[in-house]
Design a protein around this ligand. Sequence first.
Ligand code: GLV
Ligand code: MN
Ligand code: MN
Length: 416
Amino acid sequence: MILAELAAIGRHRKTGGYRRSAWSDADMELREWFAGAAGAPGLELVEDGNGNQFAFWRASAGGPDQSALLIGSHLDSVPDGGAYDGPLGVVSAFAAIDHLRRTGFEPARPVVVGNFTDEEGARFGIACVGSQLATGALNPDQVLGRTDADGRTLAEVVRARGRDPEAFGPSAVLDSIGTFVELHVEQGRSLVTSDSAVGVASAIWPHGRWRLDFAGEANHAGATAMADRHDPMLAYAATVLAARELATRAGARATFGRLRVEPNGVNAIPSRVRSWLDARAETEPALQALVQEIRLRAEDAAAADGTAVELTQESMSPAVRFDARLRDRLATQLDAPVLPTGAGHDAGVLSARMPAAMLFVRNPTGVSHSPAEFASDDDCTAGVDALAAVIRELAPAEDSLRSFDGLRTGQAQGTQ
Ligand code: GLV
Ligand code: MN
Ligand code: MN
């Protein structure tokens, strides 16, 4: 599996996890790998103004006519992420094209491999930055001024990487794309119990990120009586427990995975605890209600200690229901189960603009965003085979173009 070519890039020696945040050295190395793969004869590399990379197969047939089939995913990772989340979709896309070319298959429509920049939002806090900028869902002004942990803005970072932040915004490349199929490692255990190596996505839960700033009063850990403290860590801790209780009760998800404590001294009561909540639920009203309840519990806990809390929404991804016709067509073609996901994806972003679908490859651990994420070689091969079959179906030879046109007509009629 060509995933092995990427195995050493950005891998942390101690944790075994991948540290491939957007525009990091590791990400740049991955982007070079992509450019190399896109440099194969018959492919053509295009990078849009947002840093999204595309490798066109049959570029000559491209143009602003929405005729192309996009496949691919992302190459960046969360801190200490697994090897498969993102890269599996990109390498499988190149492998599927390679396989089809060896069999002499020539698509009548362009097929394009994509690498969407900064899908995870690990560095600047907003997920799916590349795809959201490309579709216009995100305005460059909303993201260019955001800072990473070192205080560098995204604008500074991309400039240092030889890109022009002024070029950020809606991508003309998408004008040539009519359909997106993203292959991705499964981030749950549905396929493990279904006996299928590959599944098809039905929906993505709405999800978002909120920053909770708990403010108190720094003081001496030994000299300050317990009754005299205004310790923001207490309200933070109470809020973590409340979020767990409320999300469990609502059948939703709530996670505090990131925390910054000031001044961060062992023997000092903190002056400020800055924390980030990732919350997800089946519907948007359920998600809003959950966050509202968490906010109220945080405010009550803060008030009890004479501290304060402020909640700021940093990002929001609406619910996605993937194009039903495309979903059913692929599920029937592949004889694959259909399953929802609680994870966010670029395919969800693009689904607002074109028919989009996802193929999930079985992950026996069910674990993701961790080095324990896994897919067997056999299942990865099954994923590549499924993707090759999907390319044959959606970017067929000349004589079966009618079914593809039917799909695009379906989009115009609002089948999403
Ligand atoms: C992306 O992987 C997300 O759902 O956070
Ligand atoms: Mn991920
Ligand atoms: Mn992913």
